[in-house]
Design a protein around this ligand. Sequence first.
Ligand SMILES: [Zn+2]
Ligand SMILES: [Zn+2]
Length: 250
Amino acid sequence: MSKGEQHASGAIRRLDWASLLSYAALLGWLTVRLAPEVPHRPWFVLTAVLLGYLAADLVSGAVHWAADTWGSPDLPVVGPALLQPFREHHRDPLAITQHDFVETNGNNCLISLPVLGVAVWLSPGADGKGSVFLPAFLGALVFWVLLTNQFHKWAHLREPPPLLAFLQRWHLILPPAHHALHHTRPFTTHYCITTGWLNWPLGWGRIFPALEWCITACTGALPRRDDLGTREAAQVMADSLPPRRSSAPR
Ligand SMILES: [Zn+2]
Ligand SMILES: [Zn+2]
């Protein structure tokens, strides 16, 4: 793939900028509305921020799984804006390290906008009426969602700066060795890319293979057909079945 193809087109670049600026405006507005509440209930807000960190890892896994597994980059808007970057990342994992802040984070800002809108709407207005915990949680969630692609990008750096290497070593952000487990064809595990903490329970519970079987049973769509082709995609799905138990008596 040529270098020109690896970079976002002009339209996507403008969409990234619009998403980033809208995100900054809405998050700033939410912060102004919630800030007076923080001194009154700091633990309340801290809990919301930490739960947001956990939820961002779950959202990163769900969005990454959906973008890797379903649909085509040829779909209008969502194709080039969301699906194409994930598919391109499998073909060239180091390209992300060349992306600037806008290209790295524009799509995460885009998917965060409706959530931020709801958070601002629920937060206390000039009359002091409104809730605090849910808007604080949603605000923290989209803040960590914004940082998710940044953590992901840093997991691909050959030599991360000492502070990042420290955070990765203690698994406070996505560690390179943990994320490398996703970068093996057919890319069916370790989708969470904020911290990766939830990859363990999601993998143990076989949550994504179960969802794929449900969706295929309901719609007939074959996961990863666009990326792998029908034959390999069908094989990958068959391999994701739990091993058959022998019916013979023990
Ligand atoms: Zn992937
Ligand atoms: Zn990656």
